[in-house]
Design a protein around this ligand. Structure first.
Ligand SMILES: Cc1cc2nc3c(=O)[nH]c(=O)nc-3n(C[C@H](O)[C@H](O)[C@H](O)COP(=O)(O)OP(=O)(O)OC[C@H]3O[C@@H](n4cnc5c(N)ncnc54)[C@H](O)[C@@H]3O)c2cc1C
Length: 500
């Protein structure tokens, strides 16, 4: 049965919505007004109006491509909408939201292979598999991302130095190309598409199913160590020195600390429990043992905490909070060892639902740069110092250790990443934009790279500088083959590749 009803077919009545992005295919016909919604990036700093379609079948996806073709619109694919910037936006055009394609298709608990539709979230996946002793091999800081969105961005977790990106755990996938072709891709067949579509930011085709190899776990707990670090060099040293013994590593950095203490913070290292270490695995592997509590401190509904954060989410509030957090980590909290559930360790940011609302009305921009071992220290110290000098200091800093991978659109390095959350306000928007341009130059000069899932401000020339002409040429050839009409576009695509 058709997933898109007749009502959704093209209307010939013009609805007054600007047609500027329609391009050459424009047939002068309009889309139904009731599809029009405001859609924003996760960071809320960018957004726009788009015609949103939410099919539940592959036929429905194909029909949306057809509707776009007939109306002269482009199609932007969207999963859970957790990309910080404009990667899943398609202003004035069609947004194909895949969250209703959310079925787990095949599960084999004997080997941990799972095949899912693209809209299955990481949360759905762990909840489904944990009772059998399996955990997603790579997870992002939020559990609300979909497998399709994660494959399209080739996401990394706090285990990137050891496990690589999610693409390293994808065994095969099926995709529908805008040409109408259904493709099956793996390391043995259609390999160019396998390495191009994973990380290909939804510009080549739509994943319709993805098969992942899950990670075997023997307990619902992780052993966690907390280590305080006095400055950025200490942070980078510890993250590197610990990578042989850790399964997960992540650093928090206080971006307000300056001088000798620039980049100080705290590292959390986690390791899996070996078989037999947990006397009660059937208990710790229950969903109830993992779940994030709905109340903090036993009584405060987590859903309203962002309201308390809002008044203190300013320079002085964050400076003091960071100071208190660092002092605690350097004294009582230093070298503390404890056990934590996988969910609590992996999805700390989900503990406070809607915490991003504390950044309203301007939202936030996350700036994540990836630097090789040799240049990370001077570049990260310069980024922090320059942010302080310009008076635009990020409120959250997260450092990770990474390893390179083989995918075509590639952001990772043998080195580190530093992700910084900048609050956007009416008064700092211009200076923040200018600062980030300065930082782009510093990162590129240090041989660094950027990640489209976090980006809202890069320019095409910067992307060419870090990806290199050869990769862009190869990606362009794949685009020509999979999507010769350039049907698949997003705001990010036009911003970075519009002049290709
Ligand atoms: C709080 C928070 C923490 C995060 N932590 C991390 C982290 O630790 N590591 C990390 O790597 N990222 C992280 N991210 C970023 C996030 O994981 C990525 O942006 C991810 O791609 C989001 O998945 P999504 O389903 O929300 O996809 P969306 O944001 O909706 O889309 C992402 C991209 O996928 C494309 N796409 C979506 N579905 C499909 C499909 N079926 N076929 C083809 N293309 C498709 C879209 O066009 C878009 O280009 C974090 C984000 C948040 C909000």
């Amino acid at each position: 049965m058709s997933a898109i009803s007749q009502k959704d077919a093209v209307s010939s009545v013009h609805n007054g919505v600007p047609d500027s992005a329609a391009g050459e295919r424009s047939a002068g016909v309009a889309l139904p007004l009731d599809r029009l919604e405001r859609v924003a990036g996760w960071g809320m700093a960018v957004g726009g109006m788009g015609y949103v379609y939410r099919p539940s079948t592959i036929d429905g996806v194909a029909q949306v491509f057809e509707i776009a073709r007939r109306t002269g619109r482009t199609v932007g694919l969207r999963g859970g909408g957790n990309s910080y910037g404009d990667a899943a936006l398609n202003s004035e055009n069609i947004i194909l939201d895949l969250t209703r394609m959310n079925r787990i298709l095949v599960w084999d608990p004997s080997n941990g292979r799972v095949t899912v539709e693209p809209g299955v979230t990481i949360q759905q996946l762990w909840r489904y598999a944990i009772g059998d002793g399996w955990w997603p091999p790579v997870v992002t800081g939020t559990s609300f991302a979909t497998v399709g969105g994660c494959a399209a961005m080739n996401v990394h977790g706090k285990n990137n130095f050891k496990a690589g990106p999610i693409g390293d755990h994808i065994l095969e996938f099926d995709a529908l190309l805008p040409t109408g072709e259904h493709v099956h891709c793996s390391r043995d067949g259609n390999t160019d598409l396998f390495y191009g579509m994973i990380g290909g930011f939804g510009a080549l085709g739509c994943f319709t199913s993805v098969t992942l190899q899950m990670k075997k776990i023997y307990s619902g707990w992780l052993n966690v160590d907390a280590i305080s670090v006095p400055h950025m060099d200490g942070m980078l040293y510890e993250l590197d020195a610990r990578k042989g013994q850790a399964d997960y590593l992540v650093g928090w950095s206080d971006a307000f600390a300056s001088g000798e203490t620039l980049g100080r913070g705290q590292i959390h290292q986690a390791t899996y429990l070996a078989p037999g270490d947990d006397p009660y695995p059937a208990q710790s592997l229950r969903i109830e043992s993992q779940e994030i509590p709905a109340n903090l401190f036993g009584f405060l509904p987590a859903s309203i905490i962002w309201l308390f954060m809002k008044p203190v989410l300013n320079d002085w509030g964050t400076r003091l909070t960071n100071l208190a957090k660092y002092m605690q980590s350097a004294t009582l909290g230093n070298h503390k060892r404890y056990r934590q559930s996988h969910v609590a360790f992996a999805f700390l940011l989900d503990y406070v639902p809607n915490w991003k609302l504390a950044y309203q009305p301007g939202g936030l921009i996350q700036y994540q740069s990836f630097l090789p071992l040799a240049t990370a220290s001077p570049v990260y110290r310069e980024i922090l110092a320059r942010s302080q000098k310009r008076g635009v200091v990020p409120y959250l800093g997260v450092v990770k250790r990474h390893r390179p991978d083989d995918f075509l659109i590639n952001y990772s390095v043998d080195g580190y990443s530093l992700a910084l959350d900048y609050k956007v306000t009416g008064s700092n928007r211009a200076s923040l934009t200018a600062l980030l341009k300065e930082l782009d130059r510093i990162v590129i000069a240090g041989g660094g790279k950027f990640y489209f899932a976090k980006d809202a401000t890069l320019q095409g020339a910067t992307v060419r500088a870090f990806l290199g002409e050869e990769r862009i040429r190869k990606f362009g050839a794949l685009k020509e083959r999979c999507d010769p009409e350039s049907l698949l576009q997003t705001d990010l695509y036009r911003r970075l590749f519009g002049d290709q």
